[in-house]
Design a protein around this ligand. Structure first.
Ligand code: FAD
Length: 111
């Protein structure tokens, strides 16, 4: 891919990669804490919130790169798009994760 001709797409790819890389690091950090038996309630909520939003951003960019064709059932992106949106609702919605994080942060601030 030529950087000159597809600069806009390359920015989206860079954002997708940055989101994926950051999401991986957050997952590994929390997994290490859980493996070590360290309490990780706040970090688990941060992970669920951050990863679900990162997946949503990544798939949204994938849809944008593919444009109209990505919306058709000829490509799997439209199905992933729907599943990615569910990640922000199921097993504790974004708002519930924010509630849990805020509760832990406020507890720490008061102690
Ligand atoms: C396809 C699918 C599969 C599912 N699979 C499972 C499963 O296997 N096991 C299981 O247990 N559940 C499952 N669920 C349920 C899922 O976990 C719930 O849909 C989710 O927890 C949200 O609950 P709710 O739909 O009752 O929405 P509500 O709890 O009514 O929430 C509605 C909205 O209000 C917000 N909200 C709610 N309470 C607060 C609050 N206190 N402060 C701020 N905002 C708030 C929520 O974030 C949400 O945006 C599944 C749901 C779907 C759609």
């Amino acid at each position: 891919m030529s950087d000159d001709r597809f600069e806009g797409v390359s920015f989206m790819l860079a954002e997708m990669y940055a989101s994926l890389d950051a999401a991986r690091q957050v997952v590994y950090r929390t997994a290490e804490m859980v493996d070590a038996g360290v309490p990780a309630q706040r970090e688990s909520a941060v992970t669920k919130l951050f990863v679900a939003e990162a997946v949503w951003r990544i798939v949204d960019h994938a849809m944008q790169v593919l444009r109209g064709i990505g919306y058709t059932t000829d490509f799997p992106v439209q199905a992933i798009f729907r599943s990615a949106r569910l990640m922000r609702i199921e097993a504790g919605s974004d708002e519930i994760m924010e509630f849990l994080i805020a509760r832990e942060v406020l507890k720490e601030m008061k102690s």
